[in-house]
Design a protein. Structure first.
Length: 69
């Protein structure tokens, strides 16, 4: 979820907006899952190699903002 929140803040948030929050709906309360999901969110991470794909599904192509937007 951190990836999506960071992407939204970087690409869509206006200067006067508060940071984006994430809400993960669940049918049952499970503190272990929440604890594990958030425990190490501040750990440094890296990517050894990345390959960008030019293929974007047509359904998403119309839903996402363009580079200009």
């Amino acid at each position: 979820m951190n990836f999506y929140l960071s992407a939204i803040d970087e690409q869509m948030r206006y200067p006067n907006d508060a940071p984006t929050i994430g809400i993960s709906p669940a049918s049952q309360r499970n503190e272990v899952i929440v604890e594990c999901a958030l425990r190490d969110a501040a750990k440094p991470m890296s990517i050894a190699e990345s390959v960008l794909s030019g293929a974007l599904p047509a359904q998403l192509r119309n839903e996402l903002p363009t580079v200009e937007e």
